[in-house]
Design a protein around this ligand. Structure first.
Ligand code: SGN
Ligand code: CA
Length: 530
């Protein structure tokens, strides 16, 4: 009898040991243009984001995560393929994404994962490797959006986009999720992308707030090259009055304010004009009085005052849009808690790139400079990631594909160019060897006019080469000049650093298979495409 019992216990032990670890569910949460400066786990000088912060408290925060090409669709292509833009071909927002390429969701689906995508993809074609998807066409809209769906064609849904993306996600979790399989969920917000329209519950509150100005709001770009001077992303001179600051087109006419871009008023119509009667009445009850006040102030405002006013208006709408993202992240986390899904789910929260919140007087992104080059990154994986941990290593959006494949126990294709972050996440950092990252931005000439450039970034320095219609180099000492105000490329004290970094940059270009031929190829293709 005792022997039989021992044998039985022995068998149970053996089965326990042999039972393969359950593959984790994966939720990849990404918002669009969400600056790390606007997540309170990074800094709470602008906004509190308690739900997003929960991921940092219960997981890991990365303080030096960055992108390879700071713009929307290219970033998404890098994430899906695990390859730099020059290899995956999606160098800018206009080039088509080549859907014959392998992406990590296809590999996860092949390996038995149930896969779904909700929200913004921005490729102009549908994602491959998804059992279900509902995506916004192009940039999408904030109110009453259209969705392109896998099973129902193009649909229009009444409501506020950030909330709707979550409704669809939760509906899928409730009604379509196959509990026999692990899942990959890509939960992709449009917010807080331009033109920054919050829902009523937040604009009511945010329009009354005042935010601290960044130290470089009045930057005159001295000390840098022509790229910073010629970029068209200044809050005072390049922001739309109607589209961005929400001044009514008729108020602009009354005050004699010309359109900033020739689509300034059209942008307002495209977004605010999409609201239904009820939404519009609620909007006007709050933005109407703001317009009235502006009418009184405007005629005597100095340029400095206009800049300050525009900065506050920008932050009110941008941060109000983020407040809704945070609410919805909270809804999703709550659903996981309630449905016993928290423990075996790896969650990533990131943005497709960083964003300028008035630093250097700017909005938008594109540059290799920190606010757009860096991106928020938080990861939670109970039992695997130490709660409250952080990493300042230079990880990139290039690493996500391999990381998620690795987490799922799926082989990483040899031609992917990133590195799995799983060792970092699980506290086995010994084999992390990356000392520098490579960056390459292409979309020029185009909206915001940020010149083409590539460069190398190490924890200490940033070296960038601006090319195409210029041939200029910039070097920043990241430790001494954290705001990147002084290009020290020509400073003899840095001659050795320049020489060393140029060698390393050339090596990185070889390593990642970028080249002058490819630079030229993408210039030629762009010209033809014009
Ligand atoms: C639109 C925006 C630009 C933005 C690009 C790219 N203007 O053109 O400000 O830089 O998208 O953004 S808008 O008024 O039409 O919104 S991205 O996130 O898709 O790369
Ligand atoms: Ca973006």
């Amino acid at each position: 009898m005792l022997l039989a019992l021992l044998v039985l216990v022995g068998c149970a032990e053996a089965t326990k040991e042999e039972e393969p670890e359950k593959r984790p569910n994966i939720i990849f949460m990404m918002s669009d243009d969400h600056a790390y400066q606007a997540i309170s786990a990074y800094s709470n000088h602008l906004i509190e984001t308690p739900n997003i912060d929960r991921l940092a408290k219960e997981g890991m925060i990365f303080t030096n995560a960055c992108v390879t090409n700071s713009i929307c669709a290219p970033s998404r292509a890098v994430i899906l393929t695990g390859k730099h833009s020059h290899l995956n071909g999606k160098i800018d927002n206009r080039f088509p994404f080549d859907t014959t390429q392998m992406t990590f969701p296809q590999l996860l689906q092949d390996a038995g994962y149930q896969t779904a995508m909700f929200g913004k993809l921005h490729f102009g074609n549908n994602p491959k490797g998804f059992d279900q998807f509902k995506i916004l066409p192009g940039q999408g809209t904030y109110y009453n959006p259209d969705f392109i769906t896998k099973n129902e064609g193009r649909i229009r849904v009444e409501g506020y986009t950030t909330d709707l993306i979550t409704d669809m996600t939760l509906d899928w979790m409730d009604n379509e999720r196959d509990s026999e399989k692990p899942f990959l969920l890509m939960y992709l917000h449009k917010a807080p992308h331009r033109e920054w329209l919050p829902p009523e519950r937040h604009y009511k509150e945010y329009i009354k707030k005042t935010f601290p100005e960044p130290a470089t709001l009045f930057d005159n770009y001295d000390g840098r090259g022509s790229a910073a001077k010629e970029a068209e992303m200044n809050l005072l001179t390049h922001m739309n009055w109607a589209g961005d600051s929400k001044i009514y087109p008729e108020v602009m006419d009354e005050l004699g304010i010309p359109e900033t871009a020739n689509w300034d008023k059209r942008a307002f119509e495209r977004e605010v004009g999409r609201q239904n009667e009820e939404q519009r009445a609620a909007w006007d009850a709050v933005y109407g009085p703001m317009n009235e006040e502006f009418k009184k102030k405007y005629p005597t405002m100095t340029d400095k005052e206009k800049m300050q006013w525009r900065y506050q208006r920008y932050m009110q709408d941008y941060l109000g849009s983020i407040a809704a993202v945070d609410d919805n992240v909270g809804r999703l986390l709550h659903y996981l808690d309630e449905n016993d899904l928290t423990d075996n789910t790896l969650i990533i929260y990131t943005s497709d790139q960083g964003f300028y919140l008035g630093e250097h007087g700017w909005f938008d992104k594109r540059f290799i400079y920190d606010e757009s080059f860096k991106t928020p990154l938080l990861a939670r994986w109970p039992g695997k990631i130490e709660p409250g941990s952080s990493s300042d290593l230079m990880v990139q959006n290039l690493d996500f594909a391999q990381t998620l494949l690795d987490a799922a126990g799926v082989a990483q294709p040899d031609d992917m160019q990133g590195e799995s972050l799983v060792p970092l996440l699980t506290g086995k950092m010994d084999d992390w060897t990356r000392e520098a990252v490579y960056y390459h931005y292409y979309e020029y000439p185009s909206v915001h006019m940020v010149k083409r450039h590539y460069g190398i970034v190490t924890p200490e320095y940033k070296l960038a080469h601006f090319y195409f219609d210029v041939d200029e180099w910039e070097l920043y000492d990241r430790k001494k000049d954290t705001q990147e105000m002084k290009n020290v490329y020509d400073d003899p004290a840095y001659a050795e650093v320049v020489a060393e970094l140029k060698t390393k940059l050339a090596e990185l270009r070889v390593k990642y298979k970028d080249s002058e031929e490819l630079d030229q190829k993408y210039i030629d293709a762009y010209q033809l495409d014009k």
